[in-house]
Design a protein around this ligand. Structure first.
Ligand code: HEM
Length: 423
């Protein structure tokens, strides 16, 4: 694969410097990849070669504690090969491509896993890095599928990476769930996010195929104090009390896997839970604003907790009115608050989706593609066990897709995502 900086819109300007898969991966290994990245001009990805580039290399993968971009392209894949070597090669090729794309470079020639060379599809040429991040996750099925140790990795499966159990509120569609690998591409430009997905899928040819995918058109969380709180499709500010990247101590405690726990190769990594949550707008739109506010536990316009004045005022679960608690006992923010859940916190990084209308019912299929990162998926499970039963929002929601992925730590320059597992 070859890369050149973006900015030219002339197809003829792209000079293919052929890089074969075997040259990149066969005998060269990680050191060879580092050298080749350098040759291809991608070795300085973390120096933000474009003003809108997010560093790719680092302790943690980008796209987690990164200020949430505007757009999401999320794809889960089935790994179709039976070889752990091929998995390693795939992750090496993906790392190489992701480092270049997130730095704002456009590959001039792609050489996929089967060895076939094709030109880049060019749909993102001239669009810049657009704060693109590519986050890669490994699903439970890589370690064990239907009781089989298909890749010889079963012994290295972290206990945390067990498929999520059935949960209240589930109306799961199998073809919107699961997956052996995931690619989370976030960017401020939707075409840049799409191009990243498209490119990685092309590179996976012969080893993995897309299983399901989800576009998100608008972020529903702020993950940094520098960001304004967006509104979700229910019209409420969402993300006010989210974990923020500035809270390094809280992220260490709730999001990043520590060296001392679980599978050593996940140290510095995290677990991604994805849930496609459809909002049942026929019921929600017929609910008056006051009842909506009681269900959420916050004011719709200002985002202030009930009983308080401003969005960022503390959620006071003890505040009362003449009629009882200011924040009802079944309000979403009460039931999801760390104070009522043994201190559990998660990093929410979801996006709104809209997948058109159902011709039979006349209802639109839109809602929240919920993504959360946590050091143990049980943090999510324990919250959802409660929210799915007692939350006043639950009757407005239907969970139609679900997946869990282990996101290994970020790659060091010259290494690749998943090296701690597969090197
Ligand atoms: C479509 C589904 C959902 C909607 C519309 C929604 C909406 C909201 C809103 C408006 C807030 C208040 C603002 C904020 O602090 O961010 C909130 C808070 C929160 N939500 Fe959700 N949420 C949904 C699903 C979930 C799920 C599935 C979970 C976890 C299992 C969850 C966990 C939380 C947590 C932990 C908070 C912060 C509570 C606090 O500390 O104050 N939410 N959500």
């Amino acid at each position: 694969m070859n890369f050149r900086p973006q900015g030219s819109d002339q197809r003829d300007d792209l000079e293919p410097l052929r890089l074969s898969r075997r040259a990149a991966l066969g005998s060269a290994g990680a050191a060879g990849i580092a050298a080749l990245l350098g040759e291809a001009g991608c070795g300085s990805a973390s120096k933000a070669s474009s003003p809108t580039a997010v560093p790719f290399f680092g302790e943690h993968q980008a796209g987690i504690a990164t200020p949430a971009q505007k757009k999401l392209s999320f794809t889960a894949l089935d790994f179709t090969s039976t070889s752990a070597t091929e998995l390693r090669e795939l992750l090496q090729v993906w790392t190489q491509a992701a480092a270049a794309l997130t730095a704002g470079h456009t590959p001039s020639t792609l050489t996929d896993l089967s060895g076939a060379a094709t030109p880049d599809s060019l749909e993102a040429l001239g669009l810049g890095a657009s704060r693109l991040t590519i986050t890669i996750g490994l699903g439970p099925g890589l370690f064990e599928m239907e009781g089989e140790d298909r890749l010889g990795l079963r012994a290295r499966r972290p206990a945390e990476l067990a498929p999520l159990p059935s949960l209240p509120g589930d109306e799961m569609q199998p073809l919107r769930s699961g997956g052996d690998l995931c690619i989370q591409a976030c960017a401020d430009d939707p075409q840049v996010a799409f191009h990243a997905t498209h490119t990685l899928l092309r590179l996976a040819h012969g080893a993995a195929v897309a299983r399901w995918s989800q576009l998100g058109f608008s972020r529903t969380s702020s993950t940094s104090r520098s960001q304004a709180t967006p509104r979700n499709l229910m019209g409420f500010k969402d993300g006010t009390n989210n974990l923020k990247l500035e809270d390094a101590t809280a992220l260490d405690r709730h999001v990043w896997v520590a060296t001392s726990e679980g599978a050593g190769w996940m140290s510095g990594g995290t677990y991604l839970v994805a849930r496609r949550i459809r909002i049942l707008f026929d019921v929600w739109d017929a609910t008056d604003v006051e009842a909506q506010e009681q269900a959420v536990g916050r004011r719709k316009l200002s985002g202030a907790p009930l009983g308080a004045q401003n969005e960022h005022d503390p959620v006071d679960l003890h505040a009362t009115t003449a009629n009882g608690p200011s924040i009802p006992t079944d309000a979403h923010v009460r039931l999801s608050a760390p104070e009522t859940n043994g201190g559990i916190k998660i990093l929410r990084r979801g996006y709104s989706y809209f997948d058109g209308a159902d011709a039979e019912t006349g209802q639109i299929d839109a809602g929240l593609f919920f993504i959360s990162f946590q050091r143990d998926p049980q943090q999510f499970v324990s919250l959802q066990r409660r929210l799915g039963v007692d939350d006043a929002l639950a009757k407005h929601l239907s969970h139609t897709g679900s997946a869990l992925f282990a996101c290994p730590p970020g790659p060091r320059r010259g290494s690749f995502v998943g090296a701690s597992l597969l090197s």
